[in-house]
Ligand binder design. Structure first.
Ligand SMILES: Cc1ncc(COP(=O)(O)O)c(C=O)c1O
Length: 411
């Protein structure tokens, strides 16, 4: 622990980069070239996307998978399949990427924000019932960072009020809750395969479901409203072209051969970091053992308590940690409802809310746990870092401990 902070001219704890992302090799190269040479580049022509859908659905424990162009669209097609109508309300957390709530706006419905739990940053089930009105139709729990939301409690509320549950599992590839794959527990689950995600094809997404009806509807919505028994130019419901390409399907199949081992490594490293970082005052890892049997650690997050660092603001702590060679970020700067999009109701033509909530005013929303996370508490490390060795994890711990030891020099 000796030595000056790197920020003040001392030597860095770490001079080598953490593992890079994406991870690929001959399998990916062959998969892509095979599609290229086959001349079957679209899912209507080849078999890669169809095979991937089945493989990924089976991996997460769902009956059906319908691959789409990205995770944002996956959420929207699921909402369309759920029958969401103009002005319906959908409960979402405010600590998430905009797609969780924007998909609701794009369904011409009203996102209703319910705060997250301080020990998971996932939807707090104890707060959901107060937000339910006669217009509520669905809940979108986000398995944030790869940590399972409290699905038992959420499903119990959904059953009581007859709400559809769409899991936003964009971070949750390979993650499990009570031994069930995330995204395969609610009515539908939406995943993303965007570049940063634990399983990636640059862009891409999938909807999982165990329901014959939702499978039929999602498949139709993502394919221009067609039905398997209908003619090519017959369109039965609202939909468009959100089909994945065969290049993506083949690439994802190759990436799948790495996913299980990568998930195991991240989970083990996450548990290791939890134990070690908890020994440093002011660093609060997220507790495990709340139902999740496996965390995918799309992000490794911890909570920073500035008071224990003698008042050093989070930004200054992060600056010092980065100087030691540990990339890190504060994550979202604002709860979603504080974004201009919501405060100014800049919903473009999606004005369904006026039918049912004419006085909609997000400036009145307050979710204290999310606000604290955004303002001063959350710290994010990205998933490729968790693919490192135990020695890499020790470097992270050493850097945090070093910054703690030198905290007074940061004031
Ligand atoms: C929680 C969450 N939901 C949905 C999405 C949307 O996925 P995509 O970027 O593939 O559209 C993301 C992507 O970053 C996300 O983090």
């Amino acid at each position: 622990m000796a030595g000056e902070l790197a920020l003040h001219g001392g030597s860095r704890v770490r001079n080598t980069p953490f593992p890079s992302w994406p991870v690929y090799g001959e399998a990916e190269e062959k998969a892509l070239l095979d599609v290229l040479h086959s001349g079957k580049w679209g899912r209507l022509d080849g078999s890669q996307v169809a095979a991937f859908e089945q493989e990924f659905a089976t991996y997460q424990g769902a009956q059906y998978g319908i691959a789409v162009v990205n995770g944002s669209v996956a959420l929207w097609v699921a909402l369309m399949a759920a029958g969401i109508q103009a002005g319906d309300e959908v409960i979402v957390p405010p600590y998430t990427f905009q797609a969780t709530a924007v998909s609701v706006i794009e369904a011409n419905a009203v996102p209703v924000f319910v705060d997250v739990h301080p020990d998971s940053y996932c939807l707090d089930p104890d707060l959901i019932e107060d937000a339910i009105t006669e217009r509520t139709r669905a809940i979108i729990p986000v398995h944030f960072a790869g940590q399972a939301a409290d699905m038992d409690a959420i499903l119990a509320i959904a059953r009581k009020y007859e709400l559809v549950v769409i899991e936003d599992a964009a971070h949750a590839h390979g993650a499990r809750y009570k031994d069930q794959g995330l995204g395969a527990i609610g009515d539908m689950g939406a995943f993303s395969f965007q570049s940063s995600k634990n399983l990636t094809s640059g862009e891409g997404g999938i909807v999982l479901t165990n329901s014959d009806l939702y499978e039929r509807l999602v498949r139709s919505v993502h394919n221009c409203g067609r039905l398997p028994e209908g003619e090519w130019y017959s369109h039965y419901i609202m939909g468009s072209n959100f089909r994945m390409t065969e290049f993506q399907g083949a690439l994802l199949r190759a990436q799948m051969t790495r996913l299980e081992e990568q998930t195991r490594i991240r989970d083990a490293n996450g548990l290791y970091l939890n134990a070690k970082l908890a020994e440093i005052p002011g660093i609060l890892p997220f507790p495990r053992g709340q139902g999740e049997t496996r965390h995918s650690y799309h992000l490794y997050m911890f909570r920073y308590n500035a008071a224990e660092f003698d008042g050093v603001p989070r930004e200054r702590f992060l600056e010092a940690l980065r100087a030691e060679g540990v990339p890190c970020s504060p994550g979202y700067g604002l709860p979603l409802y504080r974004q201009p999009l919501f405060e100014q109701l800049a919903f473009g033509p999606f004005t369904g809310y006026r039918q049912t909530v004419p006085n909609l005013d997000y400036s009145k929303v307050s979710c204290p746990v999310t606000e604290r996370a955004c303002r001063e508490e959350a710290v994010w490390l990205t998933q490729p870092m968790l693919l490192g060795t135990q020695a890499d994890m020790d470097d992270i711990v050493e850097a945090v401990a070093k910054v703690y030891a030198h905290r007074q020099e940061l004031m």
